[in-house]
Design a protein around this ligand. Structure first.
Ligand code: GTQ
Ligand code: FE2
Length: 362
């Protein structure tokens, strides 16, 4: 018998149990949920993501994206031939994590994806190929192998393949975060067909892509996201190579032994290039193992070059060119390089960091 001293009620009595069942039924009828019945699900001792660690093989993704090009046109309404990678732990939602969208986008030769703008921020990372131009607020930006191209929120953007070869790339957007918080706005852009001639460098690069130099007309005025829409592979590659060379010469700069990494930043603030997503490129020398520990930021990774293994919560997945994997919050991540291994990654770290929620463990 369990009796409360104050009232003398016997909790174990059948009469009490019946009144309790009635109470829970009546709670339910008006949408009341007692915390004492649900605390562990709502307030776990540490994150218990529904999203699971998962890997998609490029050798599966790319042919399927190509098949859709034969069957589905790109145009107004659907807007993009982009195919979202849905986390198996989030059935029904095409989301890689609760905050991040990752998709393969595919443009056949001479195809155009029309201009639009939305509150969601976006980037494109180019695994291979060239020939597509993304036009951001009227500024044409070439997309080539290894480049990171940005489309911060509410900028008009369209893509055009001016070449005779198809092109596929990885899109990252904050679609799930914007959807969950009901922040989404969308507008169609003008139906213009652009002239296919394109300048070698975008206007944003001509103004902002000079190391350590900012235009005085804009100095001291931080902008929320980067005014530079293209981060070129030649620069990323050189920065990673230099870190490893400096380490060989006994100087600091690398993240760990044989592990170089760069973050894509906003030159007006030094912070992340986009407000909601962190973007980085990592390089591990052949034979190197990098234990990344856990972080409450969720992340998506794509193998740019090389082979190796990723261990996610103890499960090993082999890595090859183009493979995409996802590490939800609090997943233990460890990387091993068989050959020299280059990995692109994006995460929701800017969101959780700004809210002082970010936690890490080694
Ligand atoms: O290229 O504008 O993967 O608007 C999802 C939504 C790509 C894009 C996506 C988009 C885009
Ligand atoms: Fe878009």
């Amino acid at each position: 018998m369990t009796v409360t001293p104050a009232t003398g009620v016997d909790f174990d009595s059948p009469e009490h149990q019946e009144r309790l069942a009635d109470l829970y039924r009546d709670f339910d009828a008006v949408g009341m949920t007692p915390l004492w019945r649900t605390r562990e699900g709502l307030m776990p001792f540490s994150p218990e993501p529904r999203a699971v660690p998962h890997l998609w093989r490029w050798t599966e993704l790319h042919p399927l994206a190509a098949r859709s090009a034969d069957l589905v046109p790109v145009g107004r309404g659907g807007e993009r031939r982009a195919i979202g990678l849905g986390n198996p732990g989030l059935p029904g939602d095409p989301y890689a994590t609760p905050t991040l969208w990752a998709a393969i986008q595919y443009l056949a030769p001479r195809e155009n994806a029309p201009e639009h703008r939305h509150s969601q921020s976006a980037f494109r990372f180019v695994l291979e190929g060239e020939g597509v131009w993304t036009v951001v607020d009227g500024d044409p930006v070439a997309m080539r192998r290894g480049d990171l191209l940005l489309t911060p929120g509410w900028r008009f953007h369209g893509h055009q393949n001016v070449s005779d070869a198809p092109m596929a790339w990885l899109d990252g957007l904050d679609i799930p975060f914007v959807a969950t918080t009901d922040q989404g706005f969308f507008e169609f852009g003008p139906e213009r067909v652009r002239d296919a001639s394109t300048p070698d460098r975008s206007r944003g690069e001509r103004l902002w892509a000079h190391p350590g130099l900012v235009p005085v007309s804009a100095a001291g005025q931080p902008q929320p996201s980067s005014p530079l829409m293209a981060y070129r592979w030649a620069h990323t590659d050189a920065a990673l190579a230099a870190q490893l060379e400096l380490a060989d010469e006994g100087h600091p700069g690398v993240l760990g032994p044989g592990h170089a990494a760069v973050r894509f930043t906003n030159p007006t603030s030094g912070g992340d290039a986009l407000t909601t997503m962190r973007t980085e490129m990592h390089r591990l020398r052949a034979g190197v193992r990098a234990d990344r520990g856990r972080t409450t930021a969720s992340s998506v990774w794509q193998v740019f070059d090389g082979t190796g293994t990723v261990v996610l919560n103890g499960a090993a997945h082999p890595l090859s060119h183009g493979d995409v994997f996802v590490a939800p919050s609090w997943t233990e991540v460890s990387l091993r390089a068989d050959t020299d291994l280059d990995l692109f990654t994006f995460s929701d770290a800017p969101i959780v960091e700004r809210l002082h929620l970010l936690r890490t463990a080694t």
